[in-house]
Design a protein around this ligand. Structure first.
Ligand code: ARG
Length: 463
């Protein structure tokens, strides 16, 4: 008969195929370090509660430290013995018993894998979320650098993907910084949600040993202890929160990629991809394809899928632990890896972007100055609705004649409104348009410069 964590209860051996089906060691070995950390703390908790004697506690500690070191070698996880381990918790416990014998067999006193996996996941994410935040900050730094390089270059802004109003190219880059800043903050909120120690919950009802959970929380870097043991063993809301944070970040990356795919295309040509960030075609010699950007846009679907899949997994579960919860890990690891890889790929593409300010400025001139023409009339006392009407008629005429404001003679201006004086010509330029913007969030060059300084300051605090 094979030895299992639950051997005492059963008469026969478990079905090998079903054991394999239920095993998670293949992927939850990522939690190895955290399982050792949590186990060391638990041993200390048991010792302080007088459940473990000093000799046993020391033996456990020494063995766990040795196991942690052995984990530096990947072959450790692929031993013949490990092949039979259901998950990372049984792996660490088996290795512990192999090293520490009976002392090792005492560690699981008052503890359950249900709370172990919860504490491991929380410890893991406390380590990993800051790495995601660092990658977000690196992309923000790359975007801000492009904003600085863009200087006073102009481009059209778009609504409905139709030319709207002139903006600084720098303002466009900063527009993509803003959602990434929110992503960074959202991850901090997830870290706060994670910041609760589940140990002491046992399998579901709590533990019968005098464990000082406040001490354990402080020892493991948690600022508080969970409120309810039943909830704590089945709570993976923090996984859903993290998956949501990852999915929304991927949505932001996907939109940035879409903009860069458009603006580096022949049709727009406001930006150029560095050769190192593009791929050629096996057939068409002229092609310079933005593959990495397309791939990030594509991968956003996978991360959104992980979020919706995980919500579906959780929704029917009775409160407390169910094995379904094991599905959390692959969703989490895949989302985390995909987001990090995507952030790094996009940052490296952004770093190579060349700004073709001459082309973008040409596109920022012409009929998209219509709002400015209306504002000119407003400055002369015309109600905005009337000004809109007058300029609308002027635009209609220019569109049929295939001309623009710059081509109008003084008389032609006057024919539309006697209030148009010769100075309208200087008023209706992209540069004067952005110079008239007043609000702090606008594309006025001084506001944009201040926004760049603010982002730089934020980045400095994090480097
Ligand atoms: N591998 C399990 C998981 O990921 C650990 C907890 C198992 N608990 C249990 N009672 N089967 O959720």
């Amino acid at each position: 008969m094979m030895a299992h964590l639950w051997s005492g209860r059963f008469q026969g051996d478990p079905d090998k195929a079903l054991l394999d089906f239920g095993a998670s060691f293949r992927f939850d070995r990522r939690l190895f370090e955290d399982d050792v950390t949590g186990s060391l703390a638990w041993a200390e908790g048991l010792q302080r509660a007088g459940v473990l004697g000093d000799v046993d506690a020391t033996a456990i500690r020494t063995a766990l430290e040795a196991i942690r070191v052995r984990g530096g070698d990947l072959a450790f996880f692929d031993s013949e013995a490990a092949a039979g381990d259901e998950d990372v918790h049984s792996f660490v416990e088996r290795e512990l018993i192999a090293l520490a014998g009976d002392a090792g067999r005492r560690l699981h006193t008052g503890r359950s894998r249900n709370e172990q996996v919860a504490v491991d996941l929380r410890l893991y994410l406390k380590r990993r979320i800051p790495l995601l935040q660092r990658s977000i900050a690196a992309l923000i730094a790359a975007l801000v650098e492009r904003a600085e390089l863009a200087a006073d270059a102009l481009m059209p802004s778009y609504t409905h993907l139709r030319r709207a109003q002139p903006i600084l190219v720098a303002h466009f880059f900063l527009a993509h910084v803003a959602p990434l800043r929110r992503d960074h903050k959202r991850l901090s909120a997830v870290l706060d949600e994670i910041d609760e120690l589940p140990l002491g919950s046992g399998a579901i009802a709590g533990t019968s040993y005098g464990i000082d959970v406040e001490f354990l929380a402080a020892r493991l870097g948690f600022s508080r202890v969970v409120a309810n043991s039943v909830d704590a063993t089945g709570d993976r809301d923090f996984v859903a929160s993290l998956l949501h944070a990852c999915a929304l970040s991927m949505v932001h990356l996907s939109r940035l990629c879409e903009d860069l795919i458009l603006f580096t295309s022949e049709e727009f040509a406001f930006l150029d991809l560095d050769d190192s960030a593009a791929t050629g075609s096996s057939l068409m010699p002229q092609k310079k394809n933005p593959d990495p950007l397309e791939l990030v846009r594509g991968k956003s679907g996978r991360v959104i899928g992980r979020l919706t899949g995980w919500l579906a997994t959780m929704k029917g579960l009775p409160i407390g632990y169910s094995k379904d919860l094991q599905e959390d890990k692959e969703a989490l690891f895949e989302s985390e890896d995909t987001l990090r890889g995507s952030l790094e790929a996009v940052a490296s593409v952004v770093k190579g972007l060349r700004i073709r300010g001459d082309v973008s400025a040409r596109a920022a001139s012409g009929l998209l100055l219509a709002t400015d023409v209306a504002d000119y009339l407003v400055a002369k006392g015309v109600p905005f609705r009337d000004a809109h009407e007058i300029v609308g008629a002027l635009v209609r005429r220019l569109v049929t004649e295939e001309r623009s404001f710059g081509a109008l003679s003084e008389d032609e201006w006057r024919a539309h409104s006697p209030l148009f004086d010769p100075d309208v010509v200087e008023w209706v330029t992209p540069a004067s348009s952005i110079g008239r913007k007043r609000t702090p969030q606008s594309t006025h060059p001084e506001m944009v410069a201040a926004a760049i300084r603010e982002v730089r300051g934020w980045l400095d605090l994090r480097s």
